[in-house]
Design a protein around this ligand. Structure first.
Ligand SMILES: [Fe+2]
Length: 297
């Protein structure tokens, strides 16, 4: 779908509340429909102390408290993609507040790939059925009176989507802030050229559309930031702005990715997030374990 065909409505201006997680540099959002108390949560986090094998919910509890204190009705929990650097807090929040959990329909590709990596048995379904809704490119959904839509933006992973709610777009891991550039494209099913094409779709949205990042690492010592605009990215993004070509981007991205270490939490993150943020089922003793595939990634 070309970007002019997406149902953009810049007149709808949702209230966006950001929650920064310093442990994983992830930003989660509560997005409120301006015409009702309906809201959506985008990319929440479950806390893990991986060295200790300990899971806690401080970050998710902060979001739950915010929603309750403001009398909001949670209608959607959106995952922009299967994150490799943090565990999703969506099922925990859903259990307390309800709402539907949605992700891109290409989650099935991720489940197939990492179902094999983690040698999951047949009880691990690879059909996306752990989620309430699987989005295709251009699919719309309602948050109260507000119509939101999903744009298919693969490249970082095969299931990435950018979600647009009124004049606010949630970039996931397509773009970072202008001085941060773009996300890596070397995970299984990732592709630098495809990421460039997806970023062009995002940059074709209206210039004054607000863009909210999933991550920020405060490059060159600046304070953490998460909000910019399409126009700002188009002009200034260090990897794709100012009319950089696909060839330039692919060359740069490929060289850069070859030097990057695996994210610290990739093993627990994928194992949990491919299950929609749920832990693997407990064994006969009632205990829950995460696996480490040796030389398997
Ligand atoms: Fe990611």
């Amino acid at each position: 779908m070309s970007s002019s065909n997406y149902p953009v409505d810049m007149a709808i201006i949702p209230e966006v509340k950001a929650f920064f997680d310093p442990a994983t540099n992830t930003i989660s959002y509560v997005v409120k429909d301006p015409a009702s108390n309906a809201c959506a949560v985008v990319d929440s986090v479950m806390d893990i102390d991986y060295a200790a094998g300990r899971i806690t919910y401080d970050h998710a509890d902060e979001i739950i408290t915010y929603i309750q204190d403001n009398d909001l009705d949670l209608e959607w929990l959106i995952e922009t993609h299967v994150h490799a650097d943090h565990l999703s807090g969506a099922p925990y929040i859903q259990e307390k507040l309800g709402g539907k959990l949605g992700i891109g329909e290409q989650i099935t590709v991720i489940q197939e790939t990492f179902g094999k990596v983690f040698n999951e048995g047949t009880e691990f379904q690879r059909d996306g059925s752990q989620f309430d809704r699987l989005f295709k490119d251009g699919d719309t959904y309602q948050i109260g009176e507000m119509t939101a839509f999903a744009m298919y933006t693969p490249g970082h992973t095969p299931a990435c989507m950018v979600h647009v709610m009124g004049d606010a777009a949630f970039a996931g891991d397509t773009l970072f802030m202008p001085d941060g550039g773009s996300a890596r494209a070397d995970f299984p099913g990732g592709d630098a050229g495809t990421l460039y094409d997806s970023i062009q779709k995002v940059l074709a949205l209206p210039d004054d559309m607000r863009l909210f990042m999933c991550h920020d690492y405060g490059p060159n010592g600046r304070d953490i930031a998460w909000e910019t605009t399409v126009g700002d990215e188009k002009a200034h993004n260090i990897h794709v702005g100012g009319g950089k070509t696909r060839e330039e981007f692919v060359r740069f991205r490929t060289e850069r990715d070859a030097q990057l270490d695996m994210p610290k939490l990739i093993i627990p993150s994928l194992q949990v997030n491919m299950r929609a943020g749920k832990l693997p089922p407990a064994d006969e003793s009632g205990k829950t374990f995460l696996k480490v595939p040796v030389n398997g990634l």
